[in-house]
Design a protein around this ligand. Structure first.
Ligand SMILES: [Zn+2]
Length: 339
């Protein structure tokens, strides 16, 4: 009995000491650790959230957006003024508000499409079919396409939110004749058609243009893009890749490029532009978008795009939004080109 009582007393002492130590430990964590953690957070640099990430389209009862996205389209001239070093953010300064943050790696796979997957970048899965570019060529082009996407995002102020797959195939695989690229934006994949030995740099620009359509869908929503006026649908997707497209054509800006086209015999017409080839039409429409951004602003371009009533050329509500008909705007655009 004595022995048991002695042991019990020892256990009780042990228990009291342990409880005391545990209480001190818990108290220290409650009082001290949050302070240390808060100090650590305060020392981290402030990273501003891009307006792009805050944008969620407001959709009315008929499925049409009833509000404009808040993020600005950055003028191409602004983009051209930014070198890579200027984009990097000093450690002690907040990120400029109109530059989207470096996008994160999008995990998972893009949609599976025909062919063999030969490269994977941060946001893109790249495939090849038969008799087109080689595995090595597309692997080398992959970071350039990712960079072209990034440049388009910075110009447009809209960021890709889900992975996209791009397939490179022989032109005979195209469902339409004389088409170099197709974007299936709702299925998040695009197809580019080139033969073995053709110009890979041009194929990269075509791939970037198709990604421009993907960014239009991100910015305006599926329903709006589906009924967008072709002039703006193709004009905006070409304008967002301005730097790469103009470099490919040896031009510096859309105004002088439209002048060059006109001097070579292409009339400055918007509705009938495709009579002189799809390429010329896309470039004239991109110059029209450039004119609209310069003279009417990005909000007007957004509103015009959203007002589209179908793929017909000129279906957007130009009169209702700008107070001028498409013909009157085209007159202003022609004068702008020849300034
Ligand atoms: Zn297009």
């Amino acid at each position: 009995m004595v022995c048991i009582s002695y042991r019990m007393a020892a256990w009780l002492r042990h228990l009291i000491v342990c409880t005391f130590l545990l209480s001190v430990y818990v108290l220290l964590h409650i009082l001290v650790v949050p302070t240390v953690y808060a100090t650590t957070l305060a020392q981290q640099p402030l990273v501003e959230q891009s307006p792009t990430e805050r944008f969620t389209p407001t959709v009315g009862p008929d499925g049409a957006p009833i509000d404009l996205p808040p993020q600005p389209i950055i003028r191409r001239s602004t983009l051209r003024a930014l070198s890579n070093t200027e984009i990097s953010v000093p450690a002690n300064r907040a990120q400029p508000i109109n530059i989207a943050p470096e996008p994160a790696y999008l995990i998972g796979d893009g949609p599976w499409i025909p062919g063999t997957r030969v490269a994977k970048t941060k946001r893109l899965d790249l495939y090849i079919g038969a008799h087109t570019f080689s595995k090595e060529e597309i692997a080398a082009a992959a970071p350039l396409i990712e960079q072209a996407l990034r440049d388009a995002e910075i110009a447009f102020g809209t960021t890709l939110r889900q992975r996209v797959s791009i397939g490179f195939y022989h032109p005979s695989a195209s469902p339409m004749e004389d088409v170099r690229g197709l974007a299936y934006t709702e299925d998040r994949h695009a197809q580019v058609f080139y033969r073995t030995g053709e110009d890979l740099n041009r194929a990269i620009v075509v791939a970037a243009h198709e990604l421009g359509h993907q960014l239009e869908q991100e910015r305006y929503g599926i329903d709006v893009q589906r009924r967008a006026d072709t002039i703006l649908h193709e004009g905006v997707a070409t304008w967002v890749v301005s730097a790469h497209w103009l470099e490919m054509q040896g031009s510096t800006d859309w105004k002088s490029h439209a002048r060059t086209l006109n001097a070579s015999g292409v009339p400055l017409q918007l509705v009938t532009a495709e009579n002189y080839g799809a390429n010329n039409a896309y470039e004239l429409w991109a110059s029209f978008v450039d004119f609209l951004i310069e003279d009417y602003g990005t909000e007007t371009v957004d509103a015009l795009y959203i007002s589209g009533r179908g793929r017909a050329h000129g279906s957007a509500d130009y009169q209702g939004i700008t107070g001028k008909s498409l013909d009157e705007l085209a007159d202003e655009w022609r004068a702008w080109v020849h300034e």
